[in-house]
Structure formats: C-alpha cells, structure tokens
Design a protein around this ligand. Structure first.
Ligand code: ATP
Length: 453
C-alpha cells in the first residue's frame, strides 16, 4: 500500500551519492551485480554500526529487563516447520512462458487474470503467456553436511525472532529474569524476495533488530503492547526522523496473522511514489511461537512463576525493525540540496543526527603552510581518541566543507593564521553554518558535549 507523497523522490540521488562517497555499493558490481544485494562501504559501515548501537543501547544496555542474544543463522530445520515458514512463508507467483520472467500474482502491472488468454505479461507484452499463480517459498534453502538430500536441508533464517524463542528458557534461567522481560538480537536475515528493489528498501539479505518481550497472559499484556508501540515510535523520532514522515498503520483483520492479537506497523514516508512504507512492526503474537516450539520439540517452554506457584507459556510482544530499511529512512530524511547565502554554488547536505554520522568532525588547515598542517594534524590525532575524524588539507576550504556536508559530518574545525598565534580554532556547524572561535584545548570537550546532546 503506498500513497504518492508530498515529499520529493530522492532515491536516485541517494544511490549515486552513496556510491560516490562510499556508503553503499552494489554487491559484486564488477560481475554485473547480484540482484538486490548491497555492500556497505567505509562510511556506510560506520553509519549502520551507529544505528545498530543506538538500538542496542536503547533496548539492552539502558534497561535491566531486556537481555541480548546472538543466535546462529543456521537452525534446526524443524524450527521453520514450527514457526509456520515452511508451509506459509510464500508468495503467489506467475511465470511468463515467453520471456521467462516471474512476477507476484498481485503485481498491479499485470493486466487480466494470470492463466487466462487475456492476461498480458508486464515485461514482454505478450498475451496468454502468463501461468496460473503458484506458491513460492521465500526461504533460501541449502544443505548441511556432505550429502545433498532431503534429510540435510537447512534454511537461511528469514527472521531473527526464532533464535530468541528457542533460547527463551536458556536466557531466562541463566539470567534469572522474571516475566515480564525481553530478549533482543541484531542479525542477518535472508528472503528470496520476488519484487525486491528501491535500493536497500527490500533486499534479499538484510539485517533485523528484533526484541521479543515475554508477558504474563493473565496480566496486563495489552498495556505492554501499547507501551512498546509508543517506545518504538519515540525511538524513530529520536533518530531525527521528521514527525510528519512517521505514522502508525494498524493491521486490519485480513492483514493480521491468524494467531496475532494486534499488530501495528511504524511507517515512514520515503517520498515520491513509494510514500509511507513499513520500517518496523510491533506485534502481539500471543503464545503462538512458544506454544508451537513446545509442540514441535516436545520440550516444555513454560515459565515458572515461583511466588504464585504457577506455570504458564508467556505471551509475546515483538518489535521488529530492519537496520537497512531504517538506514534508508535516515538518509532520505536527511538529504537536502540548498542554496548558501553569499555563495553561488549550492550545497548537498546530509543532515543526519550527529550520533549516527560516520565521521564526527573534519579537521582542516586553512592553507598548507605556516605550521597550520602540523597543528591541525596534532588536533586531529587528539580528537581521534574520542570519535572518527577526517583530516583534509587539499583544495579550497569551501570545497572541503562541502565534501563533509555531503556525508553528514556535523562539525568542521579549521586551523587558520590566527590559530598559530592565539591557539584558537573555528568550529563550523553543519546545519546552522555558524562558525565560532574556540580555544584549541577545549575543542574535544566542546564537540563531545554537542555530540552527546
Ligand atoms: P514487508 O511487508 O515490507 O515485506 P514484512 O511485514 O514481511 O515486510 P517483517 O517480517 O515484519 O516485514 O520484518 C520486520 C522488518 O524487517 C520490516 O519492517 C523491515 O524493516 C525489515 N525487512 C523485512 N523484509 C525486508 C527486506 N526484504 N529487505 C529489507 N528489510 C526488510
């Protein structure tokens, strides 16, 4: 479901900036690329790490009721039978007998009903060549061990959540957590998506940041659901995503999984024709997952409530957000082209939250002489002990500022003629373009303070 947005479509510009500046490259590009798989370059890996750190800090480190986990990608194949993915993680697909392309059966570009003579292939335009819809499983399959037979089939996980469910008692008993509590993890997931695209919006390999919160079914579980909805929306706001670009979308009864008691998506407005799209799901999953794993494994997954001498299978409230998709939202939200007063050339700026910025400060000697480079290098080395810094002495100073604006560096520190005499430098703010003179000994402190704000 998308709606045409009032925000412009900046995707193409972002794809080009991301490649040019080393955020994101197409995977295996020299071989013509791999379909919908992307590699993160030097700046991209920092940005993504900062984003994941913010999530980990908010969800695990700052709380005493959530524990972290890093489960393996490969799991016992029965996990995916229990979870419902073997039987149900499917998309209906149609094939064109003429051009051999595949489409989702609900692709709006298909005219007519697939399987009938009037249906027209959206790629080659032939009529009557589209097959009836067939179900196609989105999980990647491979074989474990030396024998490639049905007994050795394993799947690349299509979500990280199952690693949490199967470890529910391991974590609870080893940490002695009491319900309500949660388990969080960040990790890769794989889906053989049929209509991937829009850069890193829908890819075949991506990272999820998921948290499963276990609550007492006899207690206030709907309050916890509301709590997590609000918390997660607030987290996206704190990333700097603009208020008017965020909204909740409630799943209606047709969209709702049969076991789910309630589900909301947090949507972000990506601009252009993509419009509002899901970046995170907040789901009340009842006791479906733990119940199914109990059934399929034959092992009890009950929580023992000692004070009340009760045993029960907890309900689960899940929050599931894509790291790559949120990173794309951050870039879309931050991208600006603007005029600068008194200058002919405009600038492109990524106004990303300072805590996410891959580089925190650019350090520039105004000119390459008179002791300025030495002083600037000394300062850069000192600042590097606290955060990533980029030292640049080449080209006009305006150009050097622009290059850092374009990758979202929040501060530019310039060492000029005055610096070598009075030990002060200028600190330029990416967003306001204001410059102020600061004593060189105070630069690290001032910047750290502003980065922490
Ligand atoms: P969609 O309907 O967009 O396919 P979904 O409802 O299947 O998403 P979930 O299974 O709820 O998504 O996954 C949770 C989050 O994981 C999504 O909100 C999204 O941020 C991310 N995600 C899911 N599939 C992909 C993908 N193919 N590429 C990138 N991120 C994804």
């Amino acid at each position: 479901m998308s709606s045409i947005s009032t925000f412009p479509d900046v995707m193409e510009k972002l794809v080009s900036l991301a490649k040019r500046r080393g955020f994101i490259f197409q995977s295996s590009e020299i071989y013509g690329g791999t379909g919908s798989v992307w590699d993160y370059g030097p700046l991209g890996v920092e940005l993504k790490k900062n984003l994941k750190d913010r999530w980990w800090n908010a969800m695990v480190r700052m709380r005493d009721d959530i524990e972290g986990l890093d489960a393996a990608i490969l799991m016992h194949p029965r996990v995916w039978e229990a979870s419902g993915h073997v039987a149900g993680f499917t998309d209906p697909l149609v094939d064109c007998r003429n051009c051999k392309r595949r489409f989702r059966a609900d692709d709006p570009k298909i005219k007519g009903t697939p399987g009938t003579p009037d249906a027209q292939c959206p790629a080659c335009g032939m009529k009557g060549t589209l097959s009836e819809a067939r179900l196609f499983n989105l999980m990647f399959r491979t074989f474990m061990g030396p024998v490639e037979d049905t007994a050795s089939v394993v799947y690349l996980r299509p979500e990280t959540a199952q690693g949490i469910y199967v470890n529910f008692l391991n974590v609870q008993q080893s940490t002695r957590q009491k319900v309500p509590f949660g388990i969080a993890q960040i990790g890769k997931a794989f889906r053989n998506e049929i209509t991937p695209g829009n850069f890193i919006f829908r890819t075949r390999e991506f990272e999820q940041m998921e948290m499963q919160f276990f609550v007492d079914p006899a207690a206030n579980h709907m309050e916890w659901f509301e709590y997590w909805k609000a918390q997660r929306m607030e987290w996206h706001r704190m990333l700097g995503l603009r208020e008017e670009r965020l909204q909740f979308h409630q799943h209606d009864p047709q969209e709702l999984a049969h076991y789910a008691r309630a589900a909301f998506d947090i949507q972000f407005d990506f601009g252009g024709t993509l419009g509002f799209q899901e970046i995170e799901g907040v789901h009340h999953r009842g006791d479906f997952d733990l119940g199914r794993h109990q059934e399929y494994s034959g092992k009890k997954l009950e929580y023992f409530d000692q004070p009340n001498n009760r045993r029960y299978v907890p309900f689960v409230i899940e929050t599931s957000v894509g790291a790559d998709r949120t990173l794309l939202a951050v870039l879309v939200n931050a991208y600006r082209e603007e005029q600068v007063a008194g200058e002919e050339e405009g600038r492109t700026v990524l106004a990303i939250h300072p805590s996410l910025a891959p580089v925190k400060a650019g350090v520039f000697p105004l000119v390459k002489k008179d002791g300025m480079p030495e002083m600037a290098m000394r300062l850069a080395n000192e600042l590097r002990r606290h955060f990533p810094v980029f030292y640049d002495e080449s080209g006009a100073i305006g150009r050097r500022y622009r290059r850092q604006d374009e990758v979202g560096t929040p501060f530019g520190v310039t060492i000029d003629g005055q610096s070598t005499t009075d030990q002060t430098v200028t600190v330029r703010d990416r967003d306001t373009l204001q410059q102020e003179r600061v004593d060189i000994s105070r630069v690290a402190g001032v910047l750290r303070e502003r980065l922490a704000a």
